[in-house]
Design a protein around this ligand. Structure first.
Ligand SMILES: [Zn+2]
Length: 363
């Protein structure tokens, strides 16, 4: 004989109560299942898995749950910094940045072997109603280790392109010359490892019909972005030699670098500062050229100021300022005095030049 089961029938009210209870239990479990527990579940080496993990990081950072964020750092980063040091540094940076809330938009996810890059735009609200913002676009580097995605080295990579753009060989040679002279200089001070030349792969230098009143070389901000820094060079420049090209290119690559910094950090430098730093680097490179290169440049300058093309006139003007700085210093100490004293002189030159007055809106 079958045993009669007395089945309980739920009333509608009981069903609703059960549903609410279910939701509460579910939420409780979710809040309890924190990252160490999830760490048992391996993640796939895919864009989707990396995106999921990144969104976890964003949520934790928003909630300032930094001890959980610490669990997401790579082994290397955890070895570099203890949890307490990390928490302290985050507290400091929160105080400094004073961001009320932020929103993240993922532009692209790029996988490369065991590395993953998130190209993201972060809009930081600097006040409660978000009328003041700071927008940063940069890469967050991740590394796939022990079947998990973890946050890799903290400084955001400047350019993740592995290959340079297809640029004319004369530009390639000029960039190499520039890199070599700066590296020789860094080597003297054992700082060559700190030089980040990765941005060279993001430089796209192309001949075009530029408006010559705007200069022969221009950084085209409209055509530029985080992975493409477009420098346009007027066709009329074609027949110049590598030395002069390097001298002019260092000016534009400084603009490109300043532009990249402003995208990445969300901080803009002024138009005058931008020009001063570009001229400064031109003068610096001029001083780093070897004997033969300097003699070659000097030979051309001997034609007299009025017979020089614009680039050589700039070279002349900058050397003139350097002489003035040398007189102020009363020494030949290039690094510790002359190159410091020359900065305000370059700034005066920019501020008093009608071309830059117009460009920088100084009138
Ligand atoms: Zn400029």
């Amino acid at each position: 004989m079958r045993k009669k089961i007395n089945r309980h029938k739920f009333t509608s009210l009981e069903k609703i109560l059960l549903l609410i209870l279910g939701i509460i239990v579910f939420k409780f479990i979710i809040s309890f299942v924190n990252l160490p527990l999830l760490n048992f579940i391996p993640e796939l080496k895919t864009e989707a898995a990396l995106k999921r993990k990144y969104l976890v990081l964003v949520r934790l950072e928003d909630n300032k749950e930094y001890s959980k964020v610490y669990n997401l750092l790579s082994n290397e980063l955890q070895k570099e910094k203890s949890l307490s040091d990390y928490l302290e540094s985050m507290e400091k940076s929160d105080k400094k940045n004073n961001v009320k809330s932020s929103q993240v938009y993922i532009n692209k996810i790029i996988l490369d072997g065991n590395a993953g890059y998130i190209d993201r735009t972060k809009t930081n609200c600097l006040n409660e109603n978000c009328s003041q913002t700071k927008i940063q676009r940069n890469y967050k580097k991740w590394v796939y280790e022990n079947y998990h995605w973890r946050v890799a080295n903290t400084p955001a990579p400047r350019c993740i392109r592995k290959e340079p753009y297809n640029i004319a060989p004369e530009f390639e040679r000029a960039l190499n010359l520039m890199k070599q002279r700066f590296n020789d200089w860094y080597k003297q001070y054992n700082t060559e490892n700190l030089a980040d030349w990765s941005y060279l792969n993001c430089l796209d230098i192309q001949y075009s019909n530029t408006d010559k009143t705007e200069g022969i070389f221009t950084l085209d901000e409209e055509g530029s972005n985080i992975d493409r820094l477009l420098i346009k060079v007027d066709y009329s420049y074609r027949n110049n030699d590598d030395l002069l090209t390097a001298f002019v290119l260092v000016h534009e690559t400084t603009h490109a670098n300043n532009y990249l910094n402003s995208i990445m950090s969300g901080d803009k430098i002024s138009c005058v500062e931008d020009e001063v730093s570009s001229f400064y680097n031109q003068l610096l490179l001029g001083g780093l050229f070897n004997q033969e290169e300097r003699e070659s440049l000097n030979r051309r300058l001997q034609k007299g100021y009025n017979n020089l093309n614009n680039q050589l006139k700039i070279s002349w003007d900058l050397l003139d300022l350097k002489d003035k700085a040398r007189k102020i210093c009363r020494t030949e100490d290039f690094n510790n005095c002359v190159m410091k004293e020359v900065i305000p002189l370059i700034e005066d030159m920019v501020r008093n030049n009608p071309y830059y007055q117009k460009q920088c809106g100084l009138n």
